[in-house]
Design a binder for this molecule. Structure first.
Ligand code: ZN
Ligand code: ZN
Length: 243
Protein backbone atom coordinates (compact mmCIF):
# COMPACT_ATOMS: atom_id res chain seq x y z
CA UNK A 1 0.00 0.00 0.00
CA UNK A 2 3.03 2.38 0.17
CA UNK A 3 2.76 3.24 -3.49
CA UNK A 4 -0.95 4.02 -3.62
CA UNK A 5 -1.87 6.08 -6.65
CA UNK A 6 -3.16 9.63 -5.99
CA UNK A 7 -6.65 8.72 -7.23
CA UNK A 8 -6.82 5.81 -4.80
CA UNK A 9 -5.67 7.99 -1.94
CA UNK A 10 -8.40 10.51 -2.79
CA UNK A 11 -11.03 7.77 -2.86
CA UNK A 12 -9.98 6.50 0.57
CA UNK A 13 -9.87 10.05 2.00
CA UNK A 14 -13.31 10.70 0.47
CA UNK A 15 -14.75 7.67 2.21
CA UNK A 16 -13.30 8.67 5.58
CA UNK A 17 -14.61 12.25 5.22
CA UNK A 18 -18.05 10.93 4.30
CA UNK A 19 -18.11 8.78 7.41
CA UNK A 20 -17.03 11.72 9.60
CA UNK A 21 -19.48 14.19 8.03
CA UNK A 22 -22.52 11.97 8.13
CA UNK A 23 -21.53 10.14 11.32
CA UNK A 24 -22.09 6.96 9.41
CA UNK A 25 -22.39 4.26 12.00
CA UNK A 26 -21.24 1.01 10.56
CA UNK A 27 -23.47 -1.82 11.61
CA UNK A 28 -24.13 -5.34 10.40
CA UNK A 29 -26.81 -5.28 7.70
CA UNK A 30 -28.16 -8.60 8.98
CA UNK A 31 -28.15 -8.41 12.81
CA UNK A 32 -27.42 -4.66 13.32
CA UNK A 33 -24.40 -5.35 15.55
CA UNK A 34 -22.01 -2.38 15.46
CA UNK A 35 -18.60 -2.44 13.86
CA UNK A 36 -18.84 -4.26 10.54
CA UNK A 37 -21.12 -3.97 7.50
CA UNK A 38 -21.66 -7.71 7.81
CA UNK A 39 -20.38 -9.17 11.08
CA UNK A 40 -18.27 -12.33 11.15
CA UNK A 41 -21.03 -14.40 12.78
CA UNK A 42 -23.56 -13.54 10.07
CA UNK A 43 -20.97 -13.89 7.33
CA UNK A 44 -20.25 -17.46 8.46
CA UNK A 45 -23.84 -18.46 7.70
CA UNK A 46 -23.60 -17.59 4.01
CA UNK A 47 -23.11 -20.42 1.55
CA UNK A 48 -20.13 -19.88 -0.72
CA UNK A 49 -18.82 -21.61 -3.80
CA UNK A 50 -16.07 -23.42 -1.90
CA UNK A 51 -14.94 -27.04 -1.55
CA UNK A 52 -14.89 -28.54 -5.05
CA UNK A 53 -15.31 -25.89 -7.73
CA UNK A 54 -15.41 -25.98 -11.54
CA UNK A 55 -11.90 -25.51 -12.93
CA UNK A 56 -13.17 -22.88 -15.34
CA UNK A 57 -16.00 -20.81 -13.85
CA UNK A 58 -15.46 -21.47 -10.14
CA UNK A 59 -18.99 -22.75 -9.49
CA UNK A 60 -19.27 -25.37 -6.77
CA UNK A 61 -19.68 -28.87 -8.19
CA UNK A 62 -19.81 -32.45 -6.91
CA UNK A 63 -16.68 -33.90 -8.50
CA UNK A 64 -13.41 -32.34 -9.61
CA UNK A 65 -13.44 -31.07 -13.20
CA UNK A 66 -15.86 -28.88 -15.09
CA UNK A 67 -19.47 -27.96 -14.40
CA UNK A 68 -22.25 -28.86 -16.85
CA UNK A 69 -22.23 -25.47 -18.60
CA UNK A 70 -18.44 -25.33 -18.94
CA UNK A 71 -18.36 -28.85 -20.37
CA UNK A 72 -20.95 -27.78 -22.91
CA UNK A 73 -19.26 -24.47 -23.80
CA UNK A 74 -15.50 -24.13 -24.15
CA UNK A 75 -14.88 -20.99 -22.09
CA UNK A 76 -12.63 -18.39 -23.71
CA UNK A 77 -11.39 -16.96 -20.41
CA UNK A 78 -8.50 -18.24 -18.26
CA UNK A 79 -10.43 -18.82 -15.08
CA UNK A 80 -13.37 -17.53 -13.09
CA UNK A 81 -14.73 -17.37 -9.58
CA UNK A 82 -18.16 -17.10 -8.02
CA UNK A 83 -18.28 -15.92 -4.43
CA UNK A 84 -21.70 -16.58 -2.90
CA UNK A 85 -24.65 -18.85 -3.53
CA UNK A 86 -27.54 -16.88 -4.91
CA UNK A 87 -29.90 -17.76 -2.08
CA UNK A 88 -30.99 -16.71 1.42
CA UNK A 89 -29.55 -13.43 2.70
CA UNK A 90 -27.07 -12.81 -0.16
CA UNK A 91 -29.99 -13.15 -2.59
CA UNK A 92 -32.05 -10.63 -0.59
CA UNK A 93 -29.04 -8.30 -0.44
CA UNK A 94 -28.59 -8.63 -4.19
CA UNK A 95 -32.23 -7.74 -4.87
CA UNK A 96 -32.00 -4.70 -2.59
CA UNK A 97 -28.72 -3.74 -4.25
CA UNK A 98 -29.97 -4.13 -7.82
CA UNK A 99 -33.56 -2.97 -7.62
CA UNK A 100 -33.96 -0.97 -4.44
CA UNK A 101 -31.11 1.57 -4.56
CA UNK A 102 -29.08 -0.06 -1.76
CA UNK A 103 -25.87 0.99 -3.49
CA UNK A 104 -23.71 0.55 -0.43
CA UNK A 105 -24.18 -3.25 -0.67
CA UNK A 106 -21.64 -3.05 -3.48
CA UNK A 107 -18.98 -3.04 -0.77
CA UNK A 108 -20.26 -6.33 0.66
CA UNK A 109 -20.24 -8.05 -2.74
CA UNK A 110 -16.82 -6.64 -3.65
CA UNK A 111 -15.40 -7.88 -0.36
CA UNK A 112 -16.80 -11.37 -0.98
CA UNK A 113 -15.10 -11.46 -4.39
CA UNK A 114 -11.92 -10.03 -2.88
CA UNK A 115 -11.78 -12.75 -0.18
CA UNK A 116 -11.52 -15.34 -2.96
CA UNK A 117 -9.54 -13.41 -5.55
CA UNK A 118 -6.66 -12.68 -3.21
CA UNK A 119 -5.97 -16.43 -3.07
CA UNK A 120 -5.90 -16.72 -6.87
CA UNK A 121 -2.61 -16.06 -8.60
CA UNK A 122 -4.28 -13.96 -11.28
CA UNK A 123 -2.22 -11.22 -12.86
CA UNK A 124 -4.77 -8.48 -13.62
CA UNK A 125 -4.05 -5.08 -15.25
CA UNK A 126 -7.54 -3.64 -15.39
CA UNK A 127 -11.00 -4.38 -13.97
CA UNK A 128 -14.19 -3.89 -15.96
CA UNK A 129 -17.88 -4.60 -15.39
CA UNK A 130 -20.59 -6.28 -17.42
CA UNK A 131 -22.20 -3.12 -18.82
CA UNK A 132 -25.78 -1.95 -18.76
CA UNK A 133 -27.43 -0.17 -21.68
CA UNK A 134 -27.43 3.64 -21.34
CA UNK A 135 -31.23 3.75 -21.48
CA UNK A 136 -31.53 1.26 -18.66
CA UNK A 137 -28.79 3.11 -16.79
CA UNK A 138 -30.88 6.27 -17.01
CA UNK A 139 -33.80 4.45 -15.46
CA UNK A 140 -31.85 2.63 -12.79
CA UNK A 141 -29.33 5.37 -11.99
CA UNK A 142 -26.44 2.95 -11.63
CA UNK A 143 -25.04 -0.27 -13.04
CA UNK A 144 -24.69 -2.81 -10.19
CA UNK A 145 -21.64 -4.65 -11.64
CA UNK A 146 -19.87 -1.27 -12.09
CA UNK A 147 -20.37 -0.39 -8.42
CA UNK A 148 -18.94 -3.77 -7.36
CA UNK A 149 -16.01 -3.28 -9.76
CA UNK A 150 -15.20 0.17 -8.37
CA UNK A 151 -15.08 -1.18 -4.81
CA UNK A 152 -13.03 -4.15 -5.94
CA UNK A 153 -10.65 -1.80 -7.74
CA UNK A 154 -10.00 0.01 -4.43
CA UNK A 155 -9.56 -3.25 -2.50
CA UNK A 156 -7.19 -4.70 -5.10
CA UNK A 157 -5.46 -1.42 -5.98
CA UNK A 158 -5.97 -2.17 -9.67
CA UNK A 159 -7.55 0.39 -12.04
CA UNK A 160 -11.17 0.13 -13.13
CA UNK A 161 -12.24 1.19 -16.61
CA UNK A 162 -15.89 1.80 -17.43
CA UNK A 163 -15.13 2.10 -21.14
CA UNK A 164 -13.95 -1.45 -21.71
CA UNK A 165 -17.25 -2.97 -22.82
CA UNK A 166 -20.52 -1.49 -24.07
CA UNK A 167 -24.01 -2.87 -24.37
CA UNK A 168 -25.39 -2.70 -27.86
CA UNK A 169 -29.08 -3.27 -27.48
CA UNK A 170 -31.76 -2.69 -24.94
CA UNK A 171 -33.19 -6.12 -24.34
CA UNK A 172 -35.52 -7.84 -21.98
CA UNK A 173 -34.14 -9.41 -18.86
CA UNK A 174 -31.94 -12.47 -19.29
CA UNK A 175 -33.89 -14.24 -16.57
CA UNK A 176 -36.89 -14.41 -18.91
CA UNK A 177 -34.96 -16.35 -21.52
CA UNK A 178 -34.50 -20.09 -21.66
CA UNK A 179 -30.93 -21.26 -21.03
CA UNK A 180 -30.52 -22.41 -24.59
CA UNK A 181 -31.05 -18.91 -25.97
CA UNK A 182 -28.71 -17.14 -23.63
CA UNK A 183 -25.37 -17.52 -25.35
CA UNK A 184 -26.64 -16.39 -28.73
CA UNK A 185 -28.72 -13.66 -27.14
CA UNK A 186 -25.74 -12.38 -25.13
CA UNK A 187 -23.41 -12.28 -28.10
CA UNK A 188 -25.68 -9.74 -29.78
CA UNK A 189 -25.80 -7.54 -26.70
CA UNK A 190 -22.22 -6.48 -26.14
CA UNK A 191 -19.41 -4.76 -28.00
CA UNK A 192 -15.96 -3.43 -27.21
CA UNK A 193 -15.68 0.08 -25.74
CA UNK A 194 -13.18 2.92 -26.28
CA UNK A 195 -10.67 1.85 -23.68
CA UNK A 196 -7.53 0.34 -25.22
CA UNK A 197 -6.88 -2.89 -23.35
CA UNK A 198 -4.58 -4.41 -26.00
CA UNK A 199 -2.17 -6.93 -24.43
CA UNK A 200 -3.68 -6.34 -21.00
CA UNK A 201 -5.06 -8.91 -18.61
CA UNK A 202 -8.66 -7.97 -17.92
CA UNK A 203 -10.98 -9.01 -15.07
CA UNK A 204 -14.69 -8.89 -15.95
CA UNK A 205 -17.07 -8.55 -13.00
CA UNK A 206 -20.77 -9.42 -12.92
CA UNK A 207 -23.32 -9.36 -10.11
CA UNK A 208 -25.10 -12.68 -10.69
CA UNK A 209 -23.94 -15.50 -12.95
CA UNK A 210 -26.41 -18.25 -13.75
CA UNK A 211 -25.36 -20.13 -16.88
CA UNK A 212 -22.19 -18.09 -17.34
CA UNK A 213 -23.26 -16.98 -20.84
CA UNK A 214 -22.77 -13.25 -20.23
CA UNK A 215 -19.25 -13.61 -18.85
CA UNK A 216 -18.43 -16.06 -21.66
CA UNK A 217 -19.51 -13.62 -24.36
CA UNK A 218 -17.88 -10.57 -22.71
CA UNK A 219 -14.57 -12.46 -22.43
CA UNK A 220 -14.72 -13.47 -26.07
CA UNK A 221 -15.23 -9.86 -27.19
CA UNK A 222 -12.26 -8.72 -25.09
CA UNK A 223 -10.01 -11.49 -26.43
CA UNK A 224 -11.14 -10.89 -30.03
CA UNK A 225 -10.20 -7.24 -29.58
CA UNK A 226 -6.68 -7.76 -28.30
CA UNK A 227 -6.86 -8.53 -24.56
CA UNK A 228 -4.01 -10.80 -23.48
CA UNK A 229 -5.90 -12.81 -20.85
CA UNK A 230 -9.38 -12.54 -19.37
CA UNK A 231 -10.50 -13.59 -15.89
CA UNK A 232 -14.09 -13.41 -14.68
CA UNK A 233 -15.74 -13.00 -11.29
CA UNK A 234 -19.35 -12.98 -10.14
CA UNK A 235 -20.59 -12.00 -6.69
CA UNK A 236 -23.38 -14.60 -6.71
CA UNK A 237 -24.15 -17.69 -8.70
CA UNK A 238 -26.61 -20.54 -8.84
CA UNK A 239 -25.52 -24.07 -8.49
CA UNK A 240 -26.83 -25.74 -11.59
CA UNK A 241 -25.17 -29.06 -10.75
CA UNK A 242 -27.04 -29.62 -7.49
CA UNK A 243 -30.45 -28.33 -8.52
ZN1 ZN B 1 -24.41 -9.74 12.02
ZN1 ZN C 1 -18.01 -24.10 -14.84
Amino acid sequence: MNNMKPRKVLQVIGRVIKQLLFYEEIECSVCAKQGQRVCDECSEMFLRHDNITCNKCGREIKETGLCYNCRKNNRPYEQGLIALYYQDIPREFMKEFKYNSKRNFSYFFAEEIYKKIKNCSWDIDVICAVPMHNLKLLGNGYNPPSLISRELSILMNIPYSRKTLKRKRYTRSMSLLKNIDRMEHSSKNFMTGNFDYADMNVLVVDDVSTTGATLHVCSKILLDNGANKVYVAAACGDNTEFS
